[in-house]
Design a protein around this ligand. Sequence first.
Ligand SMILES: *Cc1c(COP(=O)(O)O)cnc(C)c1O
Length: 397
Amino acid sequence: MEEVTPMGPTETPDLPMIPFNRPALEGRELDYVRESMLSGHQSSGGEFGRKAMAILAEETGAEDVLLTTSCTSALELSAMLLDLGPDDTVIVPSFTFTTSALAFARQGARLLFCDIEPHTLGIDAEHLASLIDDSVKAVVVVHYAGIACDLEGVQKVLADHPGVTLVEDNAHSLFGTWRDRPLGSYGRFAAQSFHDTKNFICGEGGALLLNEARDVDRARVLYDKGTNRRAFLLGQVDKYSWKDTGSSFGLSDVLAAYLLAQLEQREVIQAKRKAVWDRYHEALAPYADEHGFTIMETPAERTSAYHMFYVLLDSHERRNAVLGSLREGGVQATFHYVPLHSSDAGRMFALRETACPVTDDVSGRLLRLPFYNNLSGEDADRVVETFLASLSASAPV
Ligand SMILES: *Cc1c(COP(=O)(O)O)cnc(C)c1O
């Protein structure tokens, strides 16, 4: 007998929800994790970690790479290496994840929140120039969505302040480039994330890229619980002991095994993400003017790391209405970021209040569409259709 589902005249069968993100295995993850668990070496500093670090060092040109438990802990390690104190200031964009700022506040520095420029959503070099002074020890930049911030402008500002360290929060932008050079290679330090919402994943994980040889020895000590264990393992000293401050930053080799399998598939993963990005861009661009939204673009001299796809709607109210009707239509879209400069902790850790009007504006109008390696063309088209229908439904009268 045929099964009949009762359905009213206007109802359609529920389509499965399209999630915002869906972490995926792309290669030999399960084999490597199994191998690592049976290898007799599960802590950090194992064979899988060494291979993953070698790929990252080769691809970015870093002097050394330390795999960490998260991007947050990589940023914390960079803050420790800067020996920050209460008289020091670190400039961070207001439009970023909390830990781009938290890592430096935790080491005792005061923060100055910088605004972003509207077309890359990266740090605004003009505002940066107006904030920088002798108390500033570091500037943190984010290459939002995988697209380089205004590195030219930032470099010009820093050229007049040679004592200021550039730190790249490269969580979105591994394998993106500016002027054909990898993002993550411009700062003295760059922090990567392998959280399961990022392009390359291992559950939770990160890495600190060290781009200057002078930091390598001390970074290894801070990384390894304040000891010179690494030098001991390399046969450079005959015993190891407590040398400095530090913490337990190392990524388990079981997770490094997961990460290695992902990194081995880097071309496949990036090609899949590019295909999703291109499909959204092509399908949405013709409707942008008519519906009053702005579509993200990749400016000149950059290649994207394809971390996400976002659009800017014409008002905060409309963004929220569209988010709501997308959810009703089975599409999980989301917003980004809640500004840091006006947050409770941001106010607490800031040296002084700063105005970030572009951050306030963009944060209220930005909408991120579902974006993951294996989002099918069919599902991407459904996202586009649902998005355009939601826009029409929420059009101001
Ligand atoms: C995800 C993210 C982080 C934090 O990464 P974790 O690995 O979860 O610590 C930091 N900064 C930015 C810009 C991020 O997107």
